[in-house]
Design a protein around this ligand. Structure first.
Ligand code: ADP
Ligand code: MG
Length: 904
């Protein structure tokens, strides 16, 4: 069982990348065979795909045209028109070129962001489980056709409108269609003919959610023909809302625009008093507005977020809601599942205990036929005979499938169920055989809040019931125990001690029971029949901790993130696994669902007291997860919570960051989450947090660079004009400066890689403004260095008798150098530019070098040089200006050094 071996242990094969085409054999005689693939394909060609009508993606042309819908562009257009009217063709052409280039850059950036979003959405294609060619398989839900036989299970989103052919305890949430939030009971068509039921009760509708139970249904409508399809057409396309960070930045850009407007108005006033020409003043205002207003910021940030989303996707973290990129970095508490997240979800039964205390051990190999179950002092044959009754109760109330494929054994279904079927096989109990010997009459499927599963079977003239589940739950259902075929009174304390001994080894313990009941004339069997049963014994299953988890947990602690485990499993099992995973906790930090309930009854305050202390929550019911998450948030934590089932959806929705499991998670859990882990691995959350912090740091870098350079240009003008100097830079020079220093450098900064120490600092406070003390201080003095330095240079040049043109020429070069050096300094907030490796970000190096070369080339290109008022400079002048510009780098580096020193 080499290649497929993992399939034997993995949980429900929901991840379509790795498991597409997973096929289960369906029990013969249980369900109709469904369509054949050929029939399905023919119908698909006829009726079309099962998708709701969707808005067409934006075309590149539309995105390009949209770039010109901004007030700043209108101003520039007006400037071009004015230049043209005044006969200044060159300026007009130049402005036109700038507009075009801006449009192209903007389009490219938005297109990148759009593409990332589309790629992510594609990863979320809904899947559906169908029976075709008599084989249960998972397919892309968009290929469903009328007539298909669909399998439903708690946590599914119904993929099409279905008419139910079977329904076990099936309940749906139809609030999407009806607005009614109470669960709706569903019946199969033949059940409904016995009981008075509305026609609606035998139908399930596309888009609604299965809350509980299992069922089968025939597709009656797909795509636009479904109930939701009809509504969707009326509702029209859904609006795309922007993430809060982007909205905050848009507001911030507007604020700066107003500030720039006021400053420009002041300058114009002063200029008018000084008798400057109106046209000159107008063009100056345009130039300043364009270069100082960070209009590209929101787009650059969208790109930064899109890039992070892509990087996260590579690290197995799919971001469903863009702001989650940012909020992940602020987590201070992760409330994590145990099974499958901290552990591998590769369950294997290792131990079996009978009620008389006999211990059996179970081989753990993958080659089921060559494994067996042994006990000290007996032959293997005797051992197998003695565990046969227990294994039958493990295999019958069991929904998994085990089949032998060419390359080994494959299991599909719940991982506990698969492990039990494998153990049964090793003990000589073949599921498919006994499923035929004991025809199924009714089933209580496993749901996490029940903690058991039961099934009712016809055997000779009686109804036999078999139950498997949590030991405490089963012990309460039993009044006798099976000892060598004889029913003796049950010894509850002894059994609980045995369970504790197994659980303390980190094993998940399940118990088994059976009973005989009278046949019910109406065939309805339920929880009420589970009394006076006979206890058959227990099985302990091992689920190793994922090897990368202890290190991930260590990284959490060093990043100031606390980790709590929330599990439905036994406290002893949870503690043992927690210890193996490297969680830090003491025994009084282990609490149970019962304690949570008691604390809750004292009001929110009581629960908060408990959650402040607790780190392992065991035997909690799924609905308690939400209370725990809300309480953690009340105590000041920024909470990430993991989940996979339908019942986890509220917790996932309400947590600051909801993390769903991509493989074993249900559709509903994924839809409620902010992020989805494609490998279900705890370590991926930590990598996601790391990426989240990188993303936020990059956003700060871009903002620092853009704002400090824009402000420097304003300072230059605010000093020069009132002090009686001529305009230090021509309007076209300002436009040029903006183009060669901010054109792609901001995006290049947004792609910076991790600095490596992101997880060695405590989390940023979520309410902390982007403009914190460090940012404001650093913007202020780098603005002063550039603004005052530039002004002094300009003053000195004019004072030394340089012609105005040449003074502007040199000043422009100085600013190009200043701003490009500032781009480098912005690469790290804490560390020196040199620690980062100057060439670590090739796009940045290339864009800066290209800007330099472009600027120098422009001095020699005939048409361009006179439009921009550029003249070639000597190498000495260039070196002189460069050394002047380096004062900025030195100043910023000194500040970083000082901040590092003070923090230590
Ligand atoms: P976890 O938090 O580890 O995922 P669960 O909520 O899945 O825990 O399981 C809680 C308890 O329910 C388990 O300790 C076990 O006793 C019982 N249980 C789990 N899976 C099954 C199953 N397939 N059939 C019967 N009982 C189960
Ligand atoms: Mg589970």
């Amino acid at each position: 069982m080499q290649n497929r071996s993992s399939a034997l242990q993995t949980d429900r094969p929901r991840s379509h990348e790795e498991h597409s085409g997973t096929r289960d054999r369906v029990d013969p005689g249980h369900v109709p065979p469904g369509l054949t693939t050929a029939q399905a394909n023919a119908r698909l060609a006829e009726v079309g795909r099962n998708v709701l009508p969707q808005a067409a993606p934006r075309s590149v042309a539309a995105v390009f045209l949209r770039q010109f819908l901004s007030p700043l562009i209108y101003i520039l257009l007006a400037a071009a028109a004015v230049s043209l009217a005044l006969g200044d063709l060159k300026d007009a052409l130049f402005i036109g070129a700038v507009l075009l280039i801006n449009g192209v850059i903007g389009t490219a950036q938005e297109h990148t962001a759009d593409k990332a979003a589309v790629a992510l959405r594609r990863m979320e294609q809904p899947r559906a489980t169908v029976i075709r060619d008599g084989i249960q398989q998972e397919i892309d839900a968009s290929t469903l056709v009328p007539g298909d036989l669909v399998v439903l299970e708690a946590g599914n989103r119904v993929p099409a409108d279905l008419e139910l052919t079977s329904a076990i305890d099936l309940q749906c949430d139809e609030s999407l269609l009806t607005g009614e939030s109470l669960p709706v009971r569903k019946l199969s068509a033949c059940d409904a003919s016995n009981a008075p039921a509305s026609a609606r009760q035998c139908l399930t509708f596309a888009g609604t959610v299965v809350l509980r139970g299992r069922g089968h249904g025939i597709v009656v409508a797909t795509g636009a023909a479904t109930q939701i399809g009809r509504i969707a057409r009326e509702l029209g396309r859904e609006s795309i809302s922007q993430p809060p960070l982007i909205l905050r930045l848009q507001r911030f850009s507007r604020l700066i625009a107003v500030a720039v407007g006021v400053a420009v108005a002041l300058l114009v006033l002063v200029g008018m008093l000084r008798g400057m020409a109106l046209r000159e003043l107008f063009m100056m205002s345009v130039g300043l507005a364009v270069s100082a207003i960070p209009e590209g910021l929101p787009v650059a940030i969208s790109v930064a977020l899109a890039i992070s989303m892509r990087r996260m996707a590579k690290a197995h973290v799919i971001v469903r809601k863009m702001p989650a990129v940012e909020s992940l970095g602020s987590c201070t508490m992760i409330a994590t599942d145990k099974t499958g997240t901290l552990t591998m979800n590769e369950l294997v039964v290792t131990d079996i205990r009978l009620p008389d205390g006999t211990a059996f051990c179970c081989d753990v190999g993958h080659d089921l036929d060559n494994c067996t179950i042994r006990a000290a002092g007996t032959t293997d044959h005797d051992a197998r005979t003695r565990v046969a009754a227990l294994l039958r109760a493990a295999a019958l109330p069991n929904e998994a499938q085990l089949s032998r494929e060419r390359d080994g054994w494959t299991g599909t279904g719940d991982s506990v169920d698969v492990a039990l079927l494998a153990a049964a096989h090793k003990g000589g109990t073949v599921a498919n055989e006994i499923r035929q010997r004991y025809p199924l009459v009714a089933r209580i499927p496993y749901e996490p809040d029940l903690r058991y599963a039961a099934s009712f079977h016809r055997h000779e003239e009686t109804i036999r019931v078999f139950v498997k589940g949590a030991p405490e739950t089963l012990i309460a259902m039993c009044d006798q125990a099976d000892v060598r075929g004889h029913a003796v009174p049950i010894r509850r304390e002894g059994l609980l001690r045995e369970k504790a001994a197994l659980a303390a080894q980190g094993l998940r313990v399940l118990a088994f029971a059976e009973g005989t009941i009278d046949a019910e004339p109406d065939g309805s069997y339920g929880h009420g029949h589970l009394v006076n049963l006979t206890f058959l014994g227990m099985a302990g299953m091992k689920d190793p901790v994922r090897p990368e988890v202890p290190d991930a947990i260590r990284r959490c602690y060093s990043a100031g993130i606390d980790v709590a485990m929330v599990t439905g499993d036994d406290p002893l099992t949870a503690s043992a696994i927690g210890a193996q995973a490297g969680l830090r906790f003491t025994t009084d930090q282990v609490v149970t669902g019962e304690q949570v309930r008691q604390a809750e009854s004292k009001g929110p305050h009581g629960l908060d007291q408990l959650t402040r202390r607790a780190r392992i929550y065991a035997r909690v019911s799924p609905d308690q997860k939400l209370s725990i998450v809300l309480s953690l948030a009340r105590t000041g934590h920024f909470v990430a919570v993991t989940g996979d089932g339908v019942n986890d959806a509220p917790a996932l929705k309400h947590a600051h960051v909801g993390v769903a499991m991509g493989r074993k998670g249900t559709e509903v859990a994924k839809e409620s989450a902010d992020i989805v882990l494609t490998d279900d691995n705890f370590a991926s959350i930590v990598n996601g947090i790391n990426e989240g912090r990188v993303a936020y740091a990059n956003i700060r870098k871009v903002i620092f660079m853009v704002v400090s350079t824009g402000a420097a240009e304003m300072v230059l003008f605010l000093l020069a004009i009132p002090l009686g100097l001529p305009m230090p830079l021509l309007p076209v020079q300002l436009l040029w400066l903006n183009l060669v220093t901010n054109g792609i450098q901001d995006v290049a900064l947004a792609t910076e890689h991790a600095e490596g120490d992101e997880l060695s600092y405590p989390a940023r406070k979520p309410r902390e403004p982007i403009f914190d003390r460090v940012m404001i201080r650093r913007i202020c003095y780098s603005t002063l260095v550039m603004g005052v330095g530039g002004f002094a240079t300009f003053y000195w040049l004019l004072d030394r008798g340089y012609p105005l043109n040449e003074a502007r020429n040199q000043l422009l070069l100085l600013f190009v150098l200043f701003e490009n050096l500032q781009t480098f300094s912005s690469r790290s907030e804490r560390h020196s530019v040199f620690r980062q490796g100057v060439f670590a970000n090739p796009m940045l190096v290339v864009s800066v070098l290209a800007a330099q070369l472009l600027h120098i080339a422009a001095m020699y290109i005939p048409g361009l040089s006179d439009t921009l008022g550029l003249t070639p400079v000597s190498a000495t002048t260039w070196a002189g200006l460069l050394s002047l510009a380096l004062t900025l780098t030195i100043a910023v580096e000194l500040d970083k050094w000082w901040s590092r020193r003070c923090k230590l």
